[in-house]
Ligand binder design. Structure first.
Ligand SMILES: [Zn+2]
Length: 289
């Protein structure tokens, strides 16, 4: 895959798309969106022809975003991860996010904030890594050696960042994926890097917005400047079907009703300008609502 670095400017803030991988979905796409009609599929395929492959499978992108503002660098989501990542059970690991950061000219050590939209494995892959997974980055370990050994050699990939997760998401780890205590939140907490949010919260760049439904504590990031707005969606929508038809459920939403409500609320937002969307899974890194 190519490592071009698409960017969107909102006022003085820059949103940078960071590719991590691409590959087919693990089940037939009709099962993923059981309510979609043939006409809706046809419309979605015209809108995003790259999201279906020659065998008729859903083809997904997996990407993260960086938001570069005067006040620092925020990263939204952490991709599918390295070869030993839990997402490897279905996603095309190893991802190439470290190379994408290099192509964008961003050192992970510069990142001061990481917003995890939710705890599915394809969004937290690089958040915490093992030394074995990223040996070349061992130099950034510095003073964290004791922390790393206390948590089975795992360390935050962004060594100087605070990681933000909604408390409503943290509270359901046992339901979502109990393994994440050991592989994600315990190492972050041990390093003093985990901060739990209660709903909408101002960030250095933009604001975290609670968008529950896909998972109980799902969140998105809204960046606004005058009339221009961008929403880094996370999995608020996962396919063009849900952009064109926000009412359509995705089969793996924890609460389809809440997910639909979050989608309709965010996509139907009144704005005098353009609402740009930065989505992890659509073919184009930036689309308009
Ligand atoms: Zn996802």
């Amino acid at each position: 895959m190519s490592l071009s670095v698409p960017r969107l400017r909102i006022g003085s803030t820059e949103i940078i798309a960071l590719a991590d991988g691409e590959g087919p979905f693990f089940s037939p796409r009709a099962e993923a969106f059981p309510e979609a009609t043939a006409a809706q599929w046809a419309e979605a395929d015209r809108y995003d022809p790259g999201a279906v492959d020659a065998e008729g499978r859903w083809r997904l992108q997996f990407r993260a975003y960086a938001i570069r503002a005067d006040q620092g660098i925020t990263v939204v989501d952490a991709g599918i991860g390295p070869a030993d990542s839990p997402a490897g059970s279905w996603a095309p690991v190893p991802g190439v996010l470290p190379e994408s950061f290099a192509a964008a000219g961003i050192d992970p050590a510069e990142v001061d904030t990481v917003v995890l939209t939710h705890l599915h494995t394809d969004h937290v892959g690089w958040a915490v890594v093992t030394e074995a997974a990223v040996p070349s980055a061992a130099g950034v370990l510095d003073g964290n050696a004791s922390t790393a050994s206390a948590t089975s050699g795992r360390r935050p990939f962004f060594p100087n960042a605070e990681y933000l997760l909604q408390r409503a998401e943290f509270d359901v780890i046992d339901t979502l994926n109990p393994q994440l205590h050991e592989t994600l939140t315990d190492p972050l907490a041990a390093a003093g890097r985990l901060r739990l949010l209660d709903g909408d919260t101002p960030l250095r760049a933009g604001r975290a917005v609670a968008t529950p439904g896909h998972t109980p504590g799902h969140q998105s990031v809204l960046v606004a400047d005058g009339h221009d707005m961008a929403l880094v969606t996370g999995d608020l929508l996962v396919h063009a079907l849900q952009l064109l038809n926000p009412e359509l459920a995705y089969a793996h939403e924890a609460d389809p009703e809440a997910a639909r409500h979050s989608r309709e609320r965010m996509l139907g937002r009144e704005t005098a300008g353009t609402l740009h969307l930065a989505t992890p899974h659509l073919t184009e890194p930036f689309v308009s609502a």
